[in-house]
Ligand binder design. Structure first.
Ligand code: SF4
Length: 783
């Protein structure tokens, strides 16, 4: 690995290209689209009390939004400014003042009545707090009291009875690393992070298919590749500046394909604010859109490969890159057998696409000499997420789209910490630098100087469920230590999650703000610890982007929240209080010392120790992983995986539901209306024809329900694949079953079958029998 280095940013062409314009009418007047200038002014207004600090964060810091990666206002892909409204929206979290005491110590029910959006605006947590059973308000405590209470509890229980969780937003590699080390130092492997619920199958599948756990290529590879495929990814919404890269790609003749149940408007046309011609006239993004059924991707990809094998029968070499396959790939015959055994009718029915349409994509890919596949939660958040991603890898391996310019596999990350958290070992299956296996454990134990527990730690969903185990069970969760995160709004079945949160003895919320989970009771105490943002941490911090760039974000001068502390320092403090006698093993002088040790413990991160100034960065692994087709697997070859077609559990007349993001950044909602399609948070996106069949008109009040829960919304007709509906996340989470995890990566299933009915019908007949009967019917049909 690491033969070729990233070549750095390139320039956009100066002359406009009217053939890409959406319309000659400037600024998309009359069209439904975001208003970037208005949104920017709103953010300036919000930050008016702290504008110089806000400006320093934007110009010197590394973005704490998505994992596209940007240092200051510049990135490594394109010359010119890089900024988006997501970053501007998140900015306020860093510049807010502390919450006022009357809010901080308000009656708990008053706080419970607020939404996460309202809570986010209240301000930062200024000092440690505690609330015990029966108490109506949070009480101020000292850091010593707080940490001693947590440490005493940890000392009194088995290491399998406590767990750590770290979110993916804003947290630095240094904090992930120290948390990973501290949890093992204390004796527990129960540590997990937010990538478990977004991208864990990407890492699992890429490891088994090609031996890597990260994107194999760069955003630069998008620009000029023959074909750029977005599979279950709405990058225009979730990683907004990616649209500038898409614009650059279009200017180089790249064909952009979107595969999604919904014809996402933001991936169809976009007004890129930092590109004058695009800001004025818009840019047509997707050249073609394949509207696949929710959960129909494996069938679609089988269809593409089946078409290729049929092409090969007519003309050898017309679809498969045989020299690449021969030299670099295992499992060709097994895959061919599996794929050709499926009949077209089955693949068409499951994917929702005709043989002809599937063939069109197959031909495009077969004729392309280069290609980049980008995916996101549309592929990962399924009970067969790992198979979904291995299917994408199968396509790339058969076409030789790996390990060279303009080619690769890219799980695009939605949070700045998704890539780094696992690589730093804050994960029950990983240690810094790799998987937990004999070799990995030995390597890291040598650096750490203590033994790493050998039992398998639990994933976040299982840790939560463990809170409901009997008191004497060896894995009964008694203390949950969370760095950020809001399970009530991210995990399926919020009522169940609340039960779990209430059933731990002590819950620790280490955070910068309150969220709705903070107010759930606990059996002994809820403890809230004020954390610093990444820009406040003495000695700065690093984060790793989707394309494996490790960026240094310096400490930025500005106002501080009196008692807030660096997250990694809090973990060290805890470790020392629990095991005072061994505290020398867990001490770090400063953030530089943490980075020095990361370089030793995680060989890929050798180089992190030299990052000291604003603008310092490096890319681990070089420009392309698997360069020249040589994969870091046991035999150096990629593995084609013959995956099974998943069973579609949708009875006739029912719908598949999935969740989508509107004007929000992950679970943080920034607007009630999605500016791309005008949908509000309670609109149910459905196909017009399905509406007709069910006698539902646009705007009708409807109920979406199943045996897990119900969702009251309004019908909004959009171009979505018939038989599929989409609701916003997290509002739609009550429909999603609890405890269904993907078998390899442990991601929860976020899709399910539902009944859609007009509200008047549902409520007119809502005697228990009626609902029970329908739900029983559904249970029988899908079980
Ligand atoms: S696209 Fe992502 S990395 Fe870039 S500014 Fe926006 S949130 Fe930050």
């Amino acid at each position: 690995m690491e033969k070729t280095k990233h070549t750095g940013p390139i320039k956009l062409p100066k002359k406009p290209d009217p053939s890409l314009w959406v319309s000659k009418v400037p600024f998309g007047l009359g069209k439904i689209k975001p208003h970037h200038i208005r949104d920017t002014m709103k953010v300036v207004w919000e930050n008016k009390d702290n504008l110089p600090y806000a400006t320093r964060i934007l110009t010197k810091g590394v973005c704490d939004g998505c994992a596209l990666g940007v240092q200051g206002l510049h990135d490594q892909t394109l010359a010119g400014p890089h900024i988006c409204t997501t970053r501007l929206n998140v900015l306020r979290l860093n510049t807010m003042k502390a919450m006022k005491p009357d809010i901080l110590h308000a009656d708990i029910d008053e706080l419970r009545n607020m939404s996460s959006t309202e809570l986010r605006k209240l301000g930062r947590i200024p000092y440690p707090l505690i609330r015990r059973p029966g108490e109506r308000k949070f009480k101020r405590i000292s850091w010593d009291e707080a940490m001693d209470t947590i440490a005493d509890k940890i000392k009194s229980i088995d290491p399998k009875q406590y767990a750590f969780y770290l979110t993916s937003r804003g947290i630095t590699n240094e904090s992930y690393y120290v948390a990973a080390k501290v949890s093992r130092f204390l004796g527990t492997n129960n540590i997990d992070n937010a990538s478990r619920i977004c991208h864990s199958p990407s890492k699992t599948a890429l490891t088994r298919s090609v031996g890597i756990g990260a994107s194999s290529c760069n955003y630069l590879d998008w620009i000029g590749t023959d074909v750029l495929v977005f599979w279950g990814s709405v990058a225009a919404n979730n990683q907004p500046v990616s649209t500038k890269y898409m614009y650059a790609a279009k200017r180089k003749g790249t064909k952009i394909i979107m595969i999604n149940p919904y014809y996402e408007p933001s991936m169809d046309k976009y007004w890129v604010p930092s590109v004058p011609e695009s800001a004025l006239f818009g840019t047509k993004i997707a050249d073609d859109v394949y509207q696949v059924n929710i959960g129909g991707d494996i069938a679609f990809m089988h269809g593409v490969m089946k078409h290729w094998f049929e092409m090969e029968e007519k003309e050898h070499g017309s679809a498969i890159d045989h020299s690449f396959v021969l030299e670099h790939v295992n499992g060709f015959e097994e895959l061919r057998e599996k794929v050709t055994a499926y009949d077209w009718a089955q693949l068409e029915r499951t994917s929702g696409l005709s043989k002809e349409r599937i063939g069109e994509l197959a031909e495009i890919l077969a004729k392309s000499t280069s290609g980049v596949f980008v995916w996101s939660m549309g592929l990962t958040q399924h009970r067969f997420g790992t198979d979904n991603i291995s299917q994408v890898a199968n396509l790339a391996l058969l076409r030789g789209f790996l390990g060279r310019k303009h080619c690769g596999l890219m799980p695009i990350r939605g949070h700045s910490g998704v890539q780094g958290s696992g690589e730093m070992g804050a994960d029950p299956f990983s240690l810094p630098g790799g998987a937990i296996n004999e070799e990995g454990r030995k390597r890291v134990e040598e650096v750490w100087g203590f033994d790493i527990p050998e039992w398998q730690g639990d994933i976040v969903g299982v840790s939560l469920e463990n809170a409901l185990l009997p008191e004497e069970h060896e894995r009964k969760l008694k203390l949950y230590y969370m760095s950020g995160g809001n399970f009530l709004e991210t995990m399926p079945d919020p009522d169940f999650v609340k039960d779990c949160l209430e059933n731990v003895d002590i819950r620790v919320h280490q955070d910068i703000i309150f969220n709705t989970s903070t107010f759930v009771d606990a059996k002994e105490a809820v403890i809230v610890l004020p954390a610093m943002t990444r820009y406040e941490q003495p000695g700065g911090g690093t984060s790793t982007s989707t394309e494996r760039m490790v960026y240094f974000s310096p400490e930025i001068k500005g106002p501080r929240i009196g008692e807030a502390r660096s997250e990694w320092e809090i973990y060290v403090d805890l470790a020392k209080r629990v095991k005072q006698e061994d505290s020398y093993l867990i001490d770090f002088k400063d953030a530089y010392a943490v980075r020095d040790e990361i370089a030793l413990a995680a060989p890929n991160y050798n180089g992190i120790q030299h990052l000291k100034e604003s603008g310092d960065l490096f890319q681990w692994g070089g420009a392309w992983l698997c360069e020249g087709g040589i994969c870091p697997t046991a035999d150096g070859k990629g593995n084609l995986i013959a995956v099974e077609l998943p069973e579609r559990r949708k009875p006739e007349g029912h719908f598949y539901v999935t969740t989508r993001r509107g004007k929000q950044f992950n679970s943080m909602i920034y607007g009630e209306k999605d500016p791309f399609n005008d949908a509000d948070r309670y609109d149910v996106l459905m196909n017009k024809e399905d509406g007709k069949t069910h006698e539902i008109k646009e705007g009708d009040a409807i109920v979406v329900y199943n045996k897990y829960g119900s969702f009251n919304g309004r019908a909004k007709f959009v171009p979505i694949k018939s038989g599929n509906v989409e609701v916003h996340w997290p509002e739609g989470n009550p429909l999603i079953p609890k405890g269904v995890y993907e078998q390899f990566a442990g991601i929860p299933e976020y899709n399910t079958a539902v009944i859609v009915e007009k509200a008047e019908t549902y409520y007119a007949q809502k005697d228990t029998k009626y609902v029970e009967k329908r739900v029983e019917e559904l249970e029988m049909e899908i079980s």
